[in-house]
Ligand binder design. Structure first.
Ligand SMILES: C[S@@+](CC[C@H](N)C(=O)[O-])C[C@H]1O[C@@H](n2cnc3c(N)ncnc32)[C@H](O)[C@@H]1O
Length: 316
């Protein structure tokens, strides 16, 4: 089937049509309930009532792309055909990807202070990387804290469920507007300025790009297939979309992936104190793996996690 213009467009900032008027497709409460169930099952995302218009406008594009006339038809097809590509498009359509370079800026000096005191090389996992601004900010912080040579050994694993944002992240190209708030030193050290057709754009410098590895990973998967441990995990502004049981499951999976004394960075409105005892708040939405949790790891489990670098799965 030919891709329509709607399918090709990657910009998700299309204004939402409000109310039922002006809509191309009927959109019932039953349709919205079904969408909520499906995205919760596939990505752990709990869509609140006020996301109804957003769900309509983003998925209406999928209906047009698939040449279908109704949401019921689309959802039936999604479930019965079980086509991984359409599930991917469905999930990509419903994620919220807002991010920025050095967002929640107070975390980065904490990371900069932390990493030189760790056994080298350090590894950081950015678990909801979106379009790349966050993992690149982490890599830049590692360079500032460890120097060019020290940071060359360091690794940043950047994962997200959304394949569309990961493709943008891998390209490392941004509008100048997105970096204009950074200091002139950071701009000069970490970005190349676009010229000609790329005027008004910047590109992350190759030494920053080389430190970051992008992979698709669904935080609600049972097994992340990660065979390494991290000094720090960034999990910012994604848990807000998950209900408490899902948050608890994700935090439980983080535990064995954390090196002793490792730090977990959360988003400004995320509070894990009520969800887990394994991480204790160190302040300013930064959590530390508790000694109890580290001690409770069985030797077998630790060896399995830390020692099988050649096993299948992502290894950084
Ligand atoms: C609001 S953005 C936050 C980006 C970045 N962490 C920040 O704080 O700027 C949330 C990201 O979480 C991702 N996400 C949502 N559900 C996910 C899941 N189940 N597994 C992995 N990533 C998910 C979305 O695709 C989106 O890119």
């Amino acid at each position: 089937m030919m891709a329509t213009r709607a399918q090709q467009r990657t910009d998700r900032a299309e204004p939402v049509k409000s109310g039922e008027q002006g809509r191309d497709f009927e959109f019932t409460s039953a349709d919205f309930t079904r969408i909520r169930e499906l995205i919760h099952r596939s990505a752990g995302i709990s869509l609140s009532d006020h996301k109804r218009d957003m769900a309509y406008s983003r998925l209406a594009r999928r209906l047009r792309a698939c040449g279908l006339d109704s949401f019921k038809q689309y959802l039936d097809q999604l479930e019965t055909e079980n086509d991984p590509a359409e599930w991917e498009a469905f999930t990509n359509a419903l994620t919220t990807n807002l991010t920025a370079f050095f967002r929640e800026a107070h975390h980065f000096p904490i990371l900069a202070d932390f990493v030189p005191r760790r056994a080298q090389p350090v590894s950081v996992w950015c678990s909801a990387a979106s379009t790349g601004e966050e993992p690149y900010s982490i890599a830049m912080t590692l360079i500032e804290a460890l120097g060019e040579t020290g940071a060359r050994q360091a690794t940043v694993l950047a994962t997200d469920i959304d394949t569309q944002v990961l493709a943008k992240a891998e390209a490392g190209m941004y509008q100048f507007d997105q970096v204009k708030h950074l200091s002139p030193e950071r701009l000069k050290r970490f970005f190349l300025k676009g010229t000609g057709a790329h005027a008004g754009m910047v590109k992350v410098r190759p030494q920053v790009r080389a430190m970051v590895r992008f992979e698709q990973l669904n935080l609600t998967d049972r097994d992340y297939q990660l065979r390494t441990q991290f000094d720090a995990i960034f999990c910012r502004n994604v848990m807000i979309y998950f209900d408490k049981p899902t948050q608890a499951q994700v935090l439980g999976r983080f535990e064995p992936l954390m090196k002793s004394g490792g730090l977990l960075f959360a988003g400004h409105s995320e509070n894990f104190t009520y969800v887990t005892q394994a991480f204790k708040l160190r302040g300013q939405t930064v959590y530390e793996l508790t000694r109890d949790a580290a001690a409770a790891r069985t030797p077998a489990r630790t060896a399995e996690t830390a020692g099988s670098a050649s096993a299948s799965g992502v290894t950084v």
